[in-house]
Write a protein that binds this ligand. Structure first.
Ligand code: ADP
Ligand code: MG
Length: 228
């Protein structure tokens, strides 16, 4: 019993640490990146310019890890409350607006019914949606539309994210969620792993349908709250 308590406390401390690191490290990184980009313009030697570009790329990668893994980390690693799914989804879409528009992607939200409430950790739920929506946007390098539908199916609340991007083969879909599996130059390969873990911990599941060259539909399903 005592050992178990200590382990829980340790997890809590780790969660707090992760959250502080995410928030505190971000600011100096942004400053460094800003100066790097200024430097890149002034550097005359081609070789040195390449070094600076590499440095910016690596900083982007570090930023990506924070975004995928820690952006919504909060001191209390897990809380369980009612989450209003359509409202949360709307907030996330708003937060993703600029990420989408610089990539030529329009975000569309389909109609939502009422009573679409789940039990879970709101911040972690948002992190999952961010990761799935980010992938959808990144799958459309030439722009397009990303549609998000929230609906009820039997005893599940579903959030369906559809893109018309590059799509995946069956083998690629099967690899989704393996740690560090990424086909992107600056990918972390952590986004879907985290999404699967969080949703499983909330007693839900994620289903993926995809066709190479056509697009992908990722559906996050969570049991509807019975108003406990
Ligand atoms: P990352 O985005 O950092 O690469 P993820 O775990 O979020 O890591 O995704 C893993 C891989 O799964 C991606 O690199 C990509 O190949 C594939 N993937 C995920 N979502 C999509 C999508 N909507 N369309 C096409 N491929 C996708
Ligand atoms: Mg991703």
């Amino acid at each position: 019993m005592r050992v178990q308590m200590r382990r829980l406390e340790q997890q809590e401390v780790l969660g707090q640490l992760a959250a502080s690191i995410a928030h505190e490290v971000r600011n100096p990184m942004t400053v460094v990146k800003g100066f790097m980009q200024l430097l890149e313009r002034d550097v005359e030697q081609e070789k040195s310019r390449q070094y600076v570009q590499l440095m910016v790329q690596e900083l982007n990668r570090a930023e990506g890890i924070i975004e995928d893994y820690l952006a919504f980390a909060r001191p209390h690693i897990e809380s369980r409350t009612e989450v209003q799914v359509p409202e949360r989804t709307g907030q996330v879409l708003k937060a993703m607006e600029s990420y989408a528009s610089v990539r030529g992607v329009r975000l569309a939200q389909g109609a939502s019914g009422c009573g679409l409430v789940i039990q879970g950790d709101p911040n972690r739920f948002s992190q999952v949606l961010i990761n799935v929506i980010k992938n959808g946007i990144e799958a459309m390098p030439d722009g397009g539309v990303l549609t998000v539908h929230v609906y009820r199916e039997k005893s599940d609340v579903c959030v369906e994210v559809t893109d018309t991007g590059v799509g995946m083969t069956r083998a690629e879909v099967e690899r989704l969620g393996s740690p560090f599996y990424s086909t992107k130059e600056k990918g972390t390969g952590l986004g879907m792993m985290l999404a699967y873990r969080i949703i499983a911990a909330m007693n839900g599941r994620i289903t993926v349908e995809s066709e190479k060259g056509k697009g992908t539909q990722v559906t996050v399903r969570l049991p509807v709250s019975r108003g406990e």
